[in-house]
Design a protein around this ligand. Structure first.
Ligand code: 1BN
Ligand code: ZN
Length: 316
């Protein structure tokens, strides 16, 4: 089921951004946008999600946060859609999911897909204390951070206007997976890939944000992103804003972008991976410590600024 919920507030004109190149798949030069991304705004939007509590699918906090996400996107996007569906989880049977899509400039043929998962993991099964393994993760970083950046970005694009078509896809049920079962992850994205919100949907490429808020984040080049969409990765890292971005090859992760790529849309993952940790991620990953205490507005700011730079580059 797909419902167009609201039409409001078209883009208001040309961006004030300046930049150098416009190549879609091979540009590596930096393109500093004239628009400054507001990391504090993204921080506040990340906190607002956490204020609902863990957003575990099927819980009241999840339903309340969905309503808030739709409401918040409506203020910035031309159209907001709610996609509902049913998926099969590895551990807890069938599950109703909600994917939320904010569309900016629906008439534009040149489009960019930006996505993040908004659900949180039901089990903090990487917590150092086994007594916490059945507790839910707050998901300040793993969930809310990527969404916070995208909500703030949409807000700023509404203010400045853009000629680019931008689709913000907030996917559900990314984090219900189990070890050694790739298909048990990214259930909302797998559903969307089978039922895209627009028939024949074909953006230039996609950018997934996952765990983009930690003060010690390192954004290296994720393996599958390079395999499927390396040229777009060159472009994004060529526009990267700040020291958390490292233009070196990093590890591989089973994340939403895999299923977007399999659907024929090149997609990269901006994700905080740590080569020096056993899990491959930061110490708060899938623990009860993934709270706002670990979130840094400056890191969110670098990621948002990078997206604004990419958008300015594509507008040329
Ligand atoms: C990312 C954040 N992921 C889950 N939370 C994806 C993932 C899947 C990471 C399998 C490790 C293993
Ligand atoms: Zn997770």
């Amino acid at each position: 089921m797909l419902a167009a919920l609201m039409t409001a507030c078209a883009g208001t004109g040309n961006s004030t951004a300046t930049g150098s190149t416009a190549a879609q798949d091979s540009a590596t030069s930096s393109n500093q946008s004239a628009i400054a991304f507001d990391g504090d705004g993204a921080y506040a939007l990340t906190r607002q999600q956490c204020d609902f509590g863990p957003r575990v699918p099927g819980t009241p906090a999840h339903a309340q946060c969905a309503d808030w996400l739709i409401h918040t996107l409506k203020a910035s996007c031309d159209t907001v859609m709610l996609q509902t569906g049913t998926v099969q989880t590895a551990r807890s049977g069938k599950l109703g999911i909600k994917n939320i899509i904010g569309v900016i400039n629906p008439e534009a043929t040149k489009r960019l897909l930006l996505l993040a998962h908004w659900d949180t993991r039901p089990w903090a099964d990487n917590d150092p204390d086994p007594a916490n393994h059945s507790k839910p993760v707050m998901g300040a970083n793993d969930g809310a951070s990527g969404v916070g950046v995208l909500l703030q970005l949409a807000r700023q694009l509404k203010d400045t206007g853009t000629t680019l078509g931008v689709d913000i896809l907030l996917v559900d049920a990314e984090d219900m997976g189990v070890d050694d079962n790739e298909e048990s992850w990214a259930l909302g994205t797998q559903y969307w890939a089978q039922h895209p919100h627009v028939e024949g949907y074909k953006p230039l490429f996609g950018i997934l944000l996952d765990m983009v808020g930690d003060s010690n984040a390192t954004f290296t080049r994720e393996y599958y992103s390079t395999q499927y969409a390396g040229g777009f990765g060159d472009m994004v890292w060529g526009n990267a804003a700040g020291s958390h971005f490292k233009n070196v090859q990093g590890g591989a992760v089973t994340d939403d972008h895999i299923f977007i790529n399999r659907a024929g849309i090149p997609c990269i993952d901006i994700i905080d991976m740590r080569s020096d940790s056993e899990t491959g991620f930061g110490p708060r990953w899938h623990t009860i410590s993934d709270t706002m205490d670990g979130i840094d507005a400056a890191t969110l700011g670098e990621v948002g600024q990078t997206l604004l730079n990419v958008i300015a580059s594509l507008e040329q």
